[in-house]
Design a protein around this ligand. Structure first.
Ligand SMILES: Cc1cc2nc3c(=O)[nH]c(=O)nc-3n(C[C@H](O)[C@H](O)[C@H](O)COP(=O)(O)O)c2cc1C
Length: 400
């Protein structure tokens, strides 16, 4: 967990979305962060400090002059303790004060004294958000190196839809985590490309040949790499929720997938091929839907071989660490070992897809990891998200 034991100061200012800040605090704590809270007077009009004191088991600072903790200068003590500050929700008023350096309450004073990175999560009425003054202040804050999370669009407290809504707490926690990983993670500066899903090989405009790959393993790997600070491109044939901090490139068939990888390949540190790429595609793609003809009981579909993606890339391989997956239903290890050698892979994840708890569609996987010059390492059945973290740790070790 990237936020484990990190000192995160959460500053709460007075907007209607204050109630969501409680979930953000809990979410950050679930990620292992130590959280301390300070609130403006306006924020305490919406939710009492007791809520945050109870959640964090820490006193909440609300008053510059009458703090009930023992620190001599509480706002400076909080600022010096902070490794990462998050202002959620950030009101238009507090943004304006922060932009100009006004420090007339505990929140603005502590933030002015904070040398740690500051993430601002604004939330306000759409017209307050688009107001020239607010936009000017946001530019100033960005220029000062503050990180701003864009508000969401949706139903506002006023009862109409608009831009300015606080993003959901889980999204805010993911944003904070991704930011922190991008600054401090062991994979900062490393470029990963992960492929996910089964390719769709067109027969006609409404039909295709594909396979059972759900893309879950690839998405979990992309998320785990981003969580450690890597710059991650995910080349995908499926539309699962985009993991925080990952750039998705959507493709459909094997040739599109190869082209998308080739665009990035020269600069990559790691390529993880978790997609199930079809070996063959229809020789002809019909322009129109193929009709059922009454007198024909059989139909023959001619297939041609798709390019072998790994072998094609291996020809221009330089620094790239190449990780493949082998989905097999029989002779798992023998077939996987052969693929490892033949395709000059640095790591191969062998996956027995005939098992009910492993492979396509399910949330768990049982794999054996093969590496040149190493004995095969069999891992227990794990949730794909947990397995992804383990594999990214192994890849991180290999990059050292
Ligand atoms: C019911 C209510 C809801 C409000 N919601 C917001 C809001 O979502 N965003 C905002 O910027 N201001 C909002 N305000 C206005 C702020 O509370 C006001 O500007 C206040 O001075 C902010 O103080 P602070 O920045 O010190 O917390 C709201 C005010 C009221 C009465």
């Amino acid at each position: 967990m990237t936020l484990q034991d990190r000192h995160v100061a959460v500053y709460i200012t007075g907007g209607i979305a204050v109630y969501k800040a409680a979930s953000v605090v809990r979410g950050l704590m679930k990620q292992g962060a130590q959280v301390r809270v300070a609130m403006t007077a306006a924020a305490t009009e919406f939710v009492t400090p007791l809520t945050f004191a109870t959640l964090t088991k820490q006193p909440v600072i609300t008053d510059l002059f009458r703090a009930d903790n023992t620190a001599y200068v509480p706002h400076i003590e909080l600022a010096d303790w902070t490794e990462l500050a998050v202002v959620v929700p950030a009101t238009a008023n507090s943004l304006a004060k922060l932009a100009t350096g006004i420090a007339d309450d505990v929140v603005t004073s502590a933030l002015l004294a904070t040398t740690a990175p500051v993430i601002l999560v604004p939330a306000m009425n759409e017209h307050m958000w688009t107001a020239a003054a607010t936009q000017r202040n946001l530019k100033l804050l960005q220029g000062d190196g503050r990180i701003i999370m864009e508000p969401a669009t949706g139903l506002l407290a006023e009862g109409y839809a608009g831009h300015g809504r606080l993003p959901e707490p889980a999204q805010i926690v993911a944003f904070v985590q991704t930011y922190w990983a991008k600054v401090t993670g062991p994979l900062v500066g490393r470029r990963f490309l992960v492929t996910a899903g089964g390719t769709k090989e067109r027969i006609d405009p409404v039909r295709f040949i594909s396979n059972d790959s759900s893309g879950k393993m690839g998405y979990a790997l992309a998320a785990a790499a981003a969580d450690q600070g890597a710059t991650v491109t995910l080349v995908s044939t499926v539309a699962l929720p985009t993991p925080a901090g990952v750039t998705v490139v959507s493709v459909s068939d094997a040739r599109e997938m190869l082209a998308a990888i080739q665009t990035h390949f020269a600069d990559l540190d790691v390529l993880i091929m978790a997609a199930a790429i079809a070996d063959f595609r229809p020789a002809q793609v019909a322009d129109q839907k193929i009709k059922k003809t009454v007198d024909n009981d059989e139909m023959t579909l001619a297939l041609v071989k798709n390019p072998d993606v790994l072998q094609t890339l291996a020809q221009t391989k330089k620094q790239q660490l190449m990780v493949g997956f082998a989905a097999e239903t029989q002779n798992l290890l023998a077939n996987a070992q052969q693929k490892l050698t033949k395709k000059r892979l640095d790591m191969l994840i062998a996956n027995d897809v005939a098992r009910a708890d492993s492979g396509f569609g399910v949330d768990t996987n049982q794999v054996t990891v093969l590496q040149p010059g190493h004995a095969p390492e069999q891992l227990p059945t794990l949730a794909k998200t947990v397995l992804a973290k383990r594999l990214i740790e192994m890849i991180t070790e290999k990059l050292k």
